[in-house]
Structures are given as C-alpha cells and as structure tokens.
Design a protein around this ligand. Sequence first.
Ligand SMILES: [Zn+2]
Length: 220
Amino acid sequence: MCGAYIGEQARRGQVCERCKAELPRTEQAVIDANSTEMALTEGKPPVKKTMHIERAAAFLFYEKDHPLQQVIHRMKYADQPLIGYELGRQAAIEMQDAEFFDEIDVIVPMPLHPRRLRERGYNQSLYIAQGISEVTGIPVDSTHVTRIKNTPKQALQSGEGRKTNVTDAFAVNHPEQMYHKHILVVDDLITTGETVKSCLRAMRFFRGARFSVFALCKAR
Ligand SMILES: [Zn+2]
C-alpha cells in the first residue's frame, strides 16, 4: 500500500505491518444493520420475503483517493490476485473472533462470466474465498453458481444502469446439492449491492439454504 520494501521472505500480495494496522476497517462483523447489510436488504428484497440473510459485513471501506484503492485495483485488474488471498486471510483472522464464520457450511465466491474470466485470467473473489477458507477450514465451492450474462464493468456505470443490468445474470447448477446449507457469498467490492442481490435471487433454488454475505470492501 505504501510501496515500502518488505523483504524477500514476504509472500506475494502481502501488505506491510504498518499498512496492515492502518487498513480502513469497517468493524461491521460486530455491527447489526451495518451499511453492507442495509445495501442488501433495503429496497427490493433479494427474493420474496422468505430469503433471509443471516449476516452481512465488509472487512474494509473503499474510499476514493485512499491508498487501498490502488491495491484493490491491482487485485482486480493488474494480475495480482494474491492480494485478495492475503486480505481474505486477514479478514478471516479478525472476523473469526466476532463468530462471523460460525455454522457456515460452504463459501461461494461471486462468479465471473466465462468471457471475463478468460480476459482477466482469474476470479479475484475466488482468491479472497480461498484466503478465508485457509483460516476457517470452510470449503470453497465455485461449481454451483455461474454467471450467464456479461455486464459492463461496474466502475463505468451509474447506480441505475447497474440495477437493470444484473437481472437474471446468474444461474445455478445441481441446486439439490446445496439444499439446507448455510452459504457464505464472497464478493470483492459492494457498491449498490445489486449484483450480490441478483446472485442471491438465482440461489433461491437452493431449497432451505441460509445465506450470509462477506465483502472484502464496501464503497462508502
Ligand atoms: Zn506499507
């Protein structure tokens, strides 16, 4: 984040100890009705009234001109997905104390459209999910939810455009294998929450499942 050299022993994607201490934490894991939860539950609910979100929290606030912005940009677009892995690990270490991951059966990273995946070469949310998995021991599943519609890059869109673009952007496979599980959906950055809500709507076919949401960052 600061550009300091942290030695040859450092793992790729690691931030230095000083920057780690200064990450713009949200503390949302211990705040009910936090802004991430509100983004997902306000307005049109994800699906019907029956779809209940158990827990939702972001680890960090994403703010324009904060040095974290560059780090997240590199994670998403500049072939440095291990940043996601390291920040996912750090989030899990800290949020575990708040029992955020208790009783979760499986972690589902937000899928990328296959074409976007080919262009970028990786799904950053999968790396974040793997970092969380390493700490918590909860398995990652990226086979039951797929992205069927390729929407333009979020950063280029206004809130309204985003709302209409993500309708039915996701599909599920073998829903019966996910019945009655507590699923943690993992996203890299939540802005309006519409993309995650669209993903949750597709997962309504996971009968009896419960849902929680983790975002690495929440835009202010
Ligand atoms: Zn630093």
